[in-house]
Design a protein around this ligand. Structure first.
Ligand code: ADP
Length: 302
């Protein structure tokens, strides 16, 4: 019997509240909308769900508030077979929330990080026994940078490899980059991080900071990666998909990449696997609902 790959995700947990309207309200105006839905989200939780669906043993380190939304999100993560033992329930801050208004073929989004910004070093330390047994740690940038860096330092201390998905884009301290083995920006994030619009120049710049590999996601064009050991750019072409909703495509990609790398695959196999999982995810509505299962991905594994 094969052992499940172990993935630890340290990151955000949000509820996405989506209101649909025929138009946006003007300043100070109240209008009647046409629909409302709630979807579990947050890049951390999305990536944890992607990895768990693909058969990994996933532990999520994060935080929610002591409210109905937080309870619902915890239940949801448990249903996805994610270990929630290290998710703190905060008494004084609300659960992270993304308020999304969809109208006029556009959207307005307000994110309130709430409990996501209350993740503490003590909380990460309390999970040290799980972290040191993990095959890989997966990080994003929706929690304070200081906590991202701290989590990466704990992982590397125990020889656990770190994937950093630098989203949403922001400037990164060199110390954090040095703690990461894989950095996975999309094209916009790569430009934001390096000041380069050219993928070859951008990935070269990031690699020079002691990173093993940079993997760039390219939307419908697929992905490309560059490893420090050979300093060559390899392109993986996009898989044709009947696109319904690309929300969460990057999260599916990262979750799948983490599982493949945790299983000890090399990037030659791991990136095409993540590319296929992400292409499948865009064929359904919602960030998490289209994330494929291990069963659905069997034909993409060699
Ligand atoms: P993000 O969601 O972070 O902006 P991308 O848009 O680069 O990231 O998408 C992440 C991955 O999702 C891509 O590398 C690709 O594998 C897959 N993907 C995204 N859009 C499509 C599409 N239209 N068709 C097929 N695959 C897609």
């Amino acid at each position: 019997m094969s052992v499940k790959p172990k993935v630890v995700v340290v990151g955000s947990i949000n509820m996405d509240m989506v209101t649909k309207s025929s138009r946006f309200p003007k300043k100070g105006e109240t209008i009647t909308g046409v629909g409302f839905d709630q979807f579990p989200g947050g890049k951390g939780a999305n990536q944890a769900v992607a990895a768990a669906r693909l058969g990994a043993d996933v532990t999520m380190i994060g935080a929610v508030g002591n409210d109905h939304t937080g309870q619902a999100l915890l239940e949801h993560l448990k249903k996805e077979k994610i270990n929630t033992d290290f998710i703190n329930v905060h008494q004084t801050v609300s659960t992270g929330m993304a308020q999304i208004t969809v109208a006029e073929e556009d959207n307005h989004i307000i994110i309130v990080p709430g409990a996501n910004h209350a993740i503490s070093k003590e909380q990460i330390e309390s999970a040290v026994d799980v972290i040191k047994e993990a095959d890989i740690m997966l990080l994003q940038l929706e929690i304070p940078l200081e906590m991202v860096e701290y989590a990466a330092s704990v992982a590397t201390q125990f020889g656990v490899k770190v994937i950093l998905n630098p989203a949403p884009a922001q400037e990164l301290p060199g110390e954090l980059i040095e703690l990461c083995h894989y950095i996975t920006p999309n094209e916009t994030e790569l430009t934001e991080l390096t000041g380069e619009t050219d993928i070859i120049k951008g990935t070269q710049k990031l690699l020079s900071a002691s990173v093993d590999a940079v993997v760039v996601t390219l939307g419908s064009m697929g992905a490309s990666y560059r490893r420090a050991k050979d300093n060559e750019n390899t392109n993986i072409v996009g898989i044709h998909a009947e696109v319904v909703d690309t929300t969460g495509a990057g999260d599916t990609f990262n979750g799948a990449l983490a599982v493949a790398l945790a299983e000890d695959s090399e990037l030659e196999k791991a990136v095409p696997f993540a590319n296929a999982a992400a292409a499948l995810s865009v064929t359904k509505f919602g960030a998490q609902s289209g994330m494929p299962t291990a069963q659905e991905m069997l034909k993409y594994k060699s």
